[in-house]
Design a protein around this ligand. Structure first.
Ligand SMILES: Nc1ncnc2c1ncn2[C@@H]1O[C@H](COP(=O)(O)OP(=O)(O)OP(=O)(O)O)[C@@H](O)[C@H]1O
Length: 246
């Protein structure tokens, strides 16, 4: 397994706990996301992946534990600093969530509006980012004119336009046909190489995990039950781990 001892951790979670009444969802979950890696998190439905992401971005408060983003303990940050830090994180959510009443260009300009220096270069940034997802030709189209795969690409471009250090992908291939899903996975790899982003990828898609992951974590019973490369985990004899690779 690749060693990351000398590489900086851009995201660190330690002993994260979150319960809703008697439902103990996270029971001491920990992870490190290292600079430049693609880390896949797998967990069955209801295992707490979304809860973990919500804690990361400040939408839920953990009961205990520690979250550090680029070396900053988020519990110590003021809202204004948290907002600055959030700029370093791009999100690609399941539904793509484009603004239907805006063109592709306007969708991409939207995240720039609060950042004066970047907004001044918006035309250049929109073109560059659309080129990197292979969709410059769609710049003046409306979301309804795009296929599912194109929407996902535009959403990825929108996540990239602020040049984030970290990208969080929530089920990036869900709802896409296998060929389009493969194209999105290849694009995720290309993006990582071009921008040297660190990616946290939540997925149920075993093909996606195999192709994209440098490392994987299995979230089982609220903890990081197993960690390793795809092959290490796929060859495990542990019953709970094997269940993911059937
Ligand atoms: N705001 C909330 N209030 C109460 N319970 C919640 C809340 N958010 C999540 N839960 C519970 O936490 C558990 C984990 O939910 P979560 O959405 O994180 O699962 P998941 O791993 O993302 O699932 P999926 O793969 O289906 O998206 C579930 O039992 C869910 O009911």
């Amino acid at each position: 397994m690749k060693k990351y001892n000398n590489i900086q951790s851009v995201l660190k979670i330690r002993e994260l706990r979150k319960s809703f009444g008697d439902n103990h969802v996270l029971n001491g979950f920990s992870l490190d996301l290292y600079e430049g890696e693609n880390l896949v998190i797998m967990g069955k439905s209801g295992s707490g992946k979304s809860v973990m992401i919500k804690c990361l971005v400040g939408l839920l408060f953990p009961d205990s534990g520690k979250i550090e983003i680029m070396g900053n303990d988020i519990a110590d940050l003021k809202q204004v600093d948290m907002n600055i830090l959030r700029m370093q994180i791009g999100f690609l959510f399941q539904g793509s969530a484009l603004y239907d009443s805006m063109t592709v260009r306007e969708n991409l300009e939207f995240p720039l509006r609060k950042h004066k220096e970047m907004y001044e270069k918006k035309d250049e940034l929109v073109v560059e980012t659309l080129e990197s997802v292979g969709l410059l030709s769609a710049i003046d189209l409306m979301p309804e004119e795009l296929s599912g795969g194109m929407k996902r690409r535009v959403a990825l471009a929108r996540a990239l336009i602020l040049k984030p250090k970290i990208i969080i992908y929530d089920e990036p291939t869900t709802g896409l046909d296998p060929i389009t899903a493969k194209e999105i996975i290849q694009l995720m790899r290309a993006i990582q190489e071009k921008y040297n982003t660190s990616s946290l990828i939540i997925t149920h898609d075993i093909d996606c995990a195999r192709v994209i992951s440098n490392r994987m974590i299995l979230l089982i019973d609220g903890v990081n039950y197993a960690e390793g490369t795809f092959n290490e985990l796929a060859n495990s004899t542990d019953k709970k781990i094997k269940a993911f690779f059937k």
